[in-house]
Design a protein. Structure first.
Length: 133
């Protein structure tokens, strides 16, 4: 996964804060498109490893670890759904009242867990690495 960003601030530990514009799946110029231009125009701030010594204001290529990004996406999207069905099935087998409520509790427990994993991941090493354009 690669994107283009601008270095906004240098941080301790050989890291940098960058501003990146969301890219579309189609790769087109969103400023001339009526489809999704409003959605993708907001910039994202992220922290990346600055081992090449990029300076503030420079445009750089940001390379992300696809493995880590897909792992976090799986935690965010898959775990809540799995917990919903597991708790729903357990409640149905045990004849508990309103199995859908138990499934909902499982779903929100999965969302809470995903939030905790995201917070933990944010405190670790950056997922992104800066390379020159």
């Amino acid at each position: 996964m690669q994107q283009i960003g601008v270095v906004k601030k240098l941080l301790p530990g050989n890291q940098a804060e960058l501003q990146v514009r969301r890219q579309t799946a189609c790769g087109h110029d969103c400023s001339n498109c009526g489809g999704c231009g409003e959605i993708v125009s907001k910039p994202i701030t992220l922290i990346a490893d600055n081992s090449i010594g990029a300076q503030v204001g420079e445009s750089v290529r940001i390379t992300g670890s696809t493995k880590q990004v897909l792992g976090l996406a799986a935690v965010l999207y898959v775990i809540p759904v799995v917990l919903f069905f597991v708790l729903y099935a357990v409640a149905a087998v045990l004849s508990l009242p309103v199995p859908g409520l138990w499934g909902g509790i499982g779903f929100f427990a999965g969302i809470f867990g995903a939030k905790k994993v995201n917070d933990w991941q944010s405190s670790r090493e950056p997922v992104y690495t800066i390379s020159k354009l």
